[in-house]
Ligand binder design. Structure first.
Ligand code: GLU
Length: 478
């Protein structure tokens, strides 16, 4: 037993290497482990695998911890343990290697990498042929320690894939310690899992080829292997594995682009898994509580999962729409420049809530309410295409003049009155409301799309609305 088995129940772990931004695929694996640890009353161990000194940077570790906290995985929850750092456990890795050497499960070899390759070529094989298996070499400078792969078949029982068999013939005697004595990743990974009493290894499919080797190591170290589960990789639209170089994969980036953590979490959990009842309900939008209650590795799909930013965006839109008024107002207001009047924004905010794809859309949707106003303010910059389209009908100038007259005369400046007044005109011009609104909208907002027009005009106020409509009329006729 060891210091890590304080909490009863199964022990899951998430073991990222801090070599870059936090990948959405990593976030999804972490969430699966998290859901299971919570439901089963177990533990989620965060282990930072920081032994590759050339590639690790401390800021990436901080990024991982922050990003996990953003999606709800943090030490404020009783199921969380860590972070532990692999580098702190180096002595245990070396001690385990020593035990494997002493028991005969591993042996030293003095061939250099080049010599191994040359032999393989000569023998017409790939990899290492076991040259030093029976040479009885002691440790020494430049000598690597290799694992003595036994004969037979290794069956990995995988909770997602069922039994996966590997013929040990196809697995070379792999290296545990380098020539300089440094432990290899495979060894460190297994020794940490053993020491941390991990019962379930749930990770991405790309690790499956390592698993028979790791299982042999568990065995050679005298422990029954954990339950394995390898979940399918995430792919892009071209069905290629999501990659840092090709695709937008950093969780941090989505956070910075205004995606909500809840939407991201829900979406990530639907990759390769469908919440029960989603089909009947016609929606995969589900709470974390139901994900935690329902998620099962046995139900994870085997085929690669398409990380679809469009679908993620649709989830996000839905989540923004479902936010309660106060939370929404606070989150949306946080996106505004400091000098924009919060009260003015609060008046329009509910009218744009359903239209936002991300919170970053907020300023660009309502900016026209905060442009300089009144006499002497610079003219509005119109979107050329929107302007050209709106002024095309032969009645455009006449309608605009009528709107200006009507809006100058309405008794009350509220969206219902403004809409009714516009409807009167539209009947006279025998056009639909959408057409009638087009030119006033461009005149006031500069664009063809935006918040509901009459609500926006109500917030903008009579004087500024008329000023902008008049400027547009002057441009049109002058
Ligand atoms: N550090 C490994 C990685 O980030 C994790 C391997 C594992 O989960 O066992 O790929």
């Amino acid at each position: 037993m060891n210091e890590h088995t304080s909490r009863p129940g199964p022990r899951f772990r998430f073991a990222p290497s801090p070599t870059g931004f936090f990948h959405v695929g990593g976030a999804r694996t972490a969430l699966m482990n998290w859901a299971l640890a919570q439901r089963l009353g177990g533990t989620f161990v965060l282990r930072i695998e920081d032994t590759d000194e050339a590639r690790n940077r401390p800021e990436w570790t901080e990024g991982i911890i922050d990003a996990l906290a953003w999606i709800g995985i943090s030490d404020s929850d009783e199921h969380f343990e860590g972070p532990h750092f692999q580098s702190a456990n180096a002595d245990a890795h070396i001690a385990a290697a020593q035990r494997l050497f002493e028991s005969g499960a591993a042996y030293y070899c003095d061939l250099s990498g080049q010599e191994v390759q040359d032999r393989a070529k000569e023998l017409g094989i790939t990899g290492y042929d076991g040259y030093s298996r029976d040479r009885g070499l002691e440790p020494g400078p430049g000598r690597v320690l290799r694992f003595r792969v036994p004969d037979g078949i290794t069956v990995v029982s995988d909770l997602v894939r069922g039994d996966v068999s590997f013929d040990n013939e196809t697995i070379e005697d792999f290296v545990l310690l380098r020539g300089n004595g440094a432990p290899m990743f495979l060894l460190a990974n297994v020794v940490d899992d053993v020491e941390m009493a991990i019962s379930h290894v749930v990770r991405a499919e790309e690790h499956l080829p390592n698993t028979p080797k790791q299982q042999m190591l568990w065995d050679a170290l005298g422990h029954a292997p954990p339950a394995w589960a390898h979940v399918p990789v995430l792919v892009n639209e071209q069905r290629k594995k999501l990659s840092k170089r090709r695709d937008k994969v950093a969780l941090e980036q989505y956070r910075d682009e205004g995606f909500l953590a809840d939407a991201m979490v829900n979406y990530l959990m639907t990759l390769g898994w469908t919440p029960p009842g989603a089909e009947e309900a016609g929606s995969e939008i589900v709470s974390w509580a139901s994900i935690e209650a329902d998620f099962a590795l046995e139900d994870v799909n085997l085929s690669p999962a398409f990380f679809d930013v469009k679908k993620l965006t649709a989830f996000n839109k839905q989540y923004i729409k479902n936010m309660d008024a106060a939370a929404y107002l606070a989150a949306a207001s946080a996106e505004l420049p400091d000098d924009w009047d919060r009260n003015r924004f609060a008046a329009i905010a509910p009218h744009i809530q359903e239209r936002l794809e991300t919170l970053k859309d907020v300023p660009g949707t309502v900016d026209f309410l905060f442009w300089p106003q009144g006499e002497g303010a610079p003219p509005i910059e119109y979107d050329d295409a929107a302007w050209d389209k709106a002024v095309k009908p032969e009645w455009a100038a006449a309608l605009l003049a009528d709107v200006i007259a009507a809006y100058g005369a309405v008794g009350s400046w509220d969206h219902e009155t403004l809409k009714a007044s516009m409807e009167d005109l539209m009947v006279r011009y025998e056009i639909k409301l959408g057409k009638a609104q087009a030119l006033p909208r461009v005149a006031v907002t500069g664009r063809a799309v935006g918040p509901p027009l009459f609500e926006a005009l109500e917030v903008l106020g009579r004087d500024e609305t008329i000023r902008r409509l008049t400027a547009a009329a002057d441009r049109l006729t002058g």
